[in-house]
Write a protein that binds this ligand. Structure first.
Ligand SMILES: [Zn+2]
Length: 340
């Protein structure tokens, strides 16, 4: 008999979940890739539902304009200059201290994606860019892991569950990535905060169903517009000529090492990732850099203000240069203050 004070009592009495389903949730593991608007809702709902192990991966640092839609964060997190993965992990531990929570401040690349998903039962897409989604798709099809795509722009959103070996993958209907700049981004089109909250809720519902073992009847791409209230579900077929799940080509996983600089879409920032593995002493660096400009170091990352630019430096040397989209300007600042 379920005890009313059990924290999962409302799920145990729900016929769709029940005590058996709850045990499956407690024994399950889920990776949340990207902890922005989608990821913060996903991570929070998974933790509250009692999914036993949650890994959050995000490369970014919080900014005030995130608070409009990234519901797991607050003003104190922004003031502390925390990386999103760390701030989210701290919050989740307060929400549910009985599950295992891991926050990884990392960029998802062809080099690390397989390791990030290897020990997880399923993967939730909380990213904001196409490249990373194709990378998740490649890795998940290769390792036969379910993943749940989600995307949001303006007042609209999309979601689809990918079950490798059973249903279609994302390349079955979007075989190639669109050329850069051809799609609107959240920064150019804006975003209504209820759109990611809704899409993420649907993704988590599908995740809970997968964990509990509810079989999909068909494979659908759901598109919705929160503002007009239209919801459309299109059945998607597996394409046997799909480059990924049909022919077994993992183009994104096998891509040449991503260039060491990346313009962060619409963010007026460039990210620089050192090609070799490094461990910086941010203590030493903060002493050195304080001769040149304003430095703040919170134990996790270092922020360095120099004229109109700000460098956010992580312990592994990855650096976000804010205040420019010009990769050469960013590289120059990087080599000037961090060396090469
Ligand atoms: Zn496919």
């Amino acid at each position: 008999m379920t005890h009313v004070n059990d924290r999962y009592a409302r799920q145990r009495v729900l016929p769709e979940i029940g005590s058996k389903g709850q045990e499956l949730l407690l024994n399950a593991s889920t990776a949340v890739i990207g902890c922005g608007a989608l990821g913060s809702v996903q991570a929070q709902l998974l933790a509250r539902a009692g999914v036993g192990r949650i890994r959050i991966v995000d490369r970014d640092v919080l900014e005030e304009n995130n608070l409009q839609r990234q519901v797991i964060f607050d003003e104190e997190d922004v003031a502390a200059g925390l990386p999103k993965a760390e701030a989210a992990a701290r919050k989740l531990k307060k929400i549910n201290s009985s599950i295992e929570i891991e926050g990884l401040v990392e960029d998802v690349t062809p080099r690390n994606i397989e390791g990030l998903i290897a020990d997880m039962d399923l993967i939730l897409d909380g990213t904001d860019n196409i490249e990373t989604r194709y990378l998740i798709n490649d890795a998940c099809v290769k390792h036969t892991k379910p993943w749940i795509y989600g995307g949001v722009i303006g007042t609209t959103g999309m979601t689809m569950t990918v079950l490798p070996d059973e249903g279609p993958c994302i390349r079955c209907f979007f075989p190639e990535t669109p050329p850069p700049g051809s799609l609107p981004t959240c920064d150019t089109a804006g975003v209504l905060n209820t759109a990611p909250a809704t899409v993420a809720s649907i993704q988590v519902t599908e995740a809970l169903k997968l964990i509990i073992g509810v079989e999909a009847e068909d494979y659908t791409l759901l598109t919705l517009d929160l503002w007009t209230g239209s919801y459309r579900s299109v059945v998607v077929q597996k394409d046997k000529n799909c480059p990924c799940c049909g022919q077994g080509r993992f183009d994104f996983l096998g891509a040449e090492e991503v260039s060491w600089t990346t313009t962060l879409c619409g963010r007026n920032s460039v990210q620089i990732s050192p090609s070799r593995v490094t461990v910086l002493s941010l203590d030493d660096l903060s002493r050195r850099l304080s001769q040149a400009g304003k430095v703040s170091y919170n134990g996790l990352l270092l922020q360095f203000q120099i004229n109109d630019h700000e460098l956010i430096i992580f312990p592994n040397g990855r650096t976000i240069v804010k205040g420019t989209t010009d990769e050469s300007v960013a590289k120059t600042l990087y080599s000037k203050y961090l060396g090469n």
